[in-house]
Design a protein around this ligand. Structure first.
Ligand SMILES: NC(=O)c1ccc[n+]([C@@H]2O[C@H](COP(=O)([O-])OP(=O)(O)OC[C@H]3O[C@@H](n4cnc5c(N)ncnc54)[C@H](O)[C@@H]3O)[C@@H](O)[C@H]2O)c1
Ligand SMILES: [Zn+2]
Length: 373
């Protein structure tokens, strides 16, 4: 198995996701049929450029596509109005028109920023996602959520804008730092916990090979996640209902990320790992979930070296002073954004997630307190 393809079918728009090895080298041939004229713009960040850009550029050249390359700073701070404005001006300077398509080549930061730029450039142009982190390959490159951050919170300004093609070349993961790989792995586990207990058992067997780099296992895991996400997005593109299940662990996780100041002390997937354990603990506390399922999840994440609690670990997270009250207040911030109700993703077991707006504040506080003690 070198690479495989799945199709995301939405009303009025469908696109292919290719997953596997060697896709950067085929990128030119796969992209050429989508272009009205043989030219494009690659937008990437410094780290991705250093490790992976040459392969993409030579593939475009071989397919006789001319291109410009824009290299942005790496890191979450790039998802800003300042960078968006600069990028849009550069695209205008290159005289890109509405038939042209641009390429987002990088992790979720580049994907979110470039997708948003594409959605508003001349009222919307097409774009291609070439995700280079595990997180972006299993999550952010699929589904069409784009956006930037504001001081008041992450992803508060954005749009829904679906890509025209996604190329997930697993070879790009070879240069990704291990901590980033593990952070993406948390999102892989998330799909299993939401709706696929068989996938969870498969991960218990094979998950460590995703980290060590087995190409077939990586390909299969990413395809499974993309299929799961594609189904949910097809049902509920604009997150009016079922898509919210994909936020498993995220309400808790966002509170931790906010307290960590969205810094390197806590990566998104690390926050999600702790958050998913908290979602299980809350479900057990409410009598909705068998305790042994919560134990299995915690053990699996620990075995893979992801954090599962805030205090008393070697993780930099343990150095951050947090109080249950402050953490709890961040969950109320989520509430303002969703029209008055904090909806939690709870579980009645592994692979059985459901939404509940009926969670007692006292229970949530206690779950935070337990993670801190
Ligand atoms: N749109 C969505 O649906 C969605 C879903 C989940 C997350 N997100 C967003 O995604 C972002 C996080 O994405 P991320 O974890 O990919 O972070 P990222 O894009 O910042 O990448 C992580 C780090 O790895 C580097 N990097 C990327 N690919 C590399 C490679 N192949 N080799 C070496 N280094 C590489 C980057 O330069 C960066 O330093 C957040 O902003 C989050 O809000 C969006
Ligand atoms: Zn996430």
């Amino acid at each position: 198995m070198l690479s495989q393809k799945i199709t995301v079918a939405l009303e009025g728009h469908h696109y292919d996701i290719h997953v596997g090895q060697g896709l950067l080298d085929q990128a030119g041939d796969l992209i050429a049929p989508l272009l009205a004229q043989p030219r494009t713009v690659i937008i990437t960040d410094k780290n991705v450029a250093r490790h992976q850009l040459l392969r993409l550029e030579s593939s475009l050249t071989q397919a006789e596509i001319t291109f410009d390359t824009i290299i942005l700073p790496a890191g979450e701070a790039t998802k800003s109005f300042e960078q968006l404005e600069k990028l849009l001006d550069q695209l205008l300077g290159l005289q890109l028109n509405r038939e042209d398509k641009i390429i987002a080549f990088g992790g979720g930061v580049i994907g979110d920023l470039v997708g948003f730029a594409a959605s508003i450039y001349q009222r919307g142009i097409g774009f291609i996602q070439i995700p280079t982190t595990l997180l972006a390959q299993v999550d952010s490159s699929v589904g069409g959520k784009t956006g930037i951050n504001r001081p008041l919170g992450k992803n508060l300004i954005g749009s829904f804008h679906q890509p025209d093609l996604v190329l997930s070349d697993i070879d790009t993961l070879d240069s990704l730092p291990k901590r980033q790989l593990l952070s993406g792995y948390a999102e892989v586990v998330k799909y299993a916990l939401i709706s696929d207990d068989k996938f969870f058992h498969w991960l218990e067997e094979n998950g460590s090979k995703i980290i060590t780099g087995d190409p077939d296992i990586r390909t299969e895991a990413i395809l499974t996640c993309c299929r799961a996400k594609a189904v949910v997005v097809a049902e509920d593109e604009k997150e009016k209902g079922a898509r919210a299940l994909l936020n498993l662990g995220h309400t808790f996780g966002h509170a931790l990320e906010a307290e960590a100041g969205y810094s390197d002390r806590l990566l998104h997937g690390e926050a999600v790992a702790v958050g998913m354990v908290m979602a299980f603990d809350l479900s057990v506390k409410m009598g909705r979930c068998p305790p042994e399922d919560a134990v299995k999840v915690r053990q699996h994440l620990e075995r893979i070296s992801l954090p599962t609690r805030i205090a008393k670990t070697n993780h930099p997270l343990s150095q951050i002073k947090m109080t249950a009250e402050r953490l709890f207040n961040h969950t109320r911030q989520d509430k303002k954004q969703s029209g008055g109700q904090v909806t939690f993703v709870l579980l009645s077991g592994i692979g059985k997630a459901f939404l509940s707006a009926d969670v007692k504040a006292g229970d949530v506080r206690q779950i935070f307190q337990r993670a801190i003690d």
